[in-house]
Design a protein around this ligand. Structure first.
Ligand code: CA2
Length: 143
């Protein structure tokens, strides 16, 4: 089973600023966490990060016929991007949404998620652990 993990804009800056919201760990730590979680769950994974909406759309399209599931934290594009929602719908790959922080308890503009309309599940406010739960969910879902 192959899972594509997509992280959106500014997540590559984790650990550098706003530790009270996102913690002290860096993006490299997040990648290591995801790789270890996938190895424990015997799931093959590729991790991709981009600050560009179109690049994320391209990556989702390229996943068609290659990956069995997608874990996505679209970051700020969660709250703005119909294009990313449409890409996930277009490829029809089971997709799970993850957010490190609890977006529902933050500013009102973070309360709406476009991707939620296509997500099989959402793990929000669980820190890095949300990624493990998302992979676990997909593993059970794809059995
Ligand atoms: O909580 C999450 O995972 C978010 O997807 C993170 C996004 C934010 O726009 C979403 O509303 C919730 C932000 C990505 C990281 O932003 C940073 C900002 C400052 C320092 C480090 C990272």
């Amino acid at each position: 089973m192959k899972i594509l993990v997509i992280n959106g804009p500014n997540l590559n800056f984790l650990g550098i600023r706003e530790p009270e919201i996102y913690g002290n760990k860096t993006y490299a730590d997040l990648c290591e966490f995801i790789e270890n979680a996938c190895a424990e769950l015997c799931v093959e994974c590729e991790i991709y990060q981009s600050n560009h909406e179109g690049a994320i759309v391209d990556k989702i399209q390229e996943a068609y016929g290659v990956f069995d599931g997608i874990v996505i934290n679209p970051a700020a594009y969660t709250h703005t991007s119909v294009a990313i929602l449409d890409a996930v719908k277009a490829v029809g790959i089971p997709t799970v949404e993850v957010h490190i922080s609890n977006v529902d308890e933050r500013e009102a503009f973070r309360h709406h998620s476009y991707i939620a309309a296509a997500a099989k599940a959402r793990f929000i406010g669980l820190g890095f652990e949300g990624y493990r739960k998302a992979v676990e969910f997909l593993k059970n879902e794809l059995k």
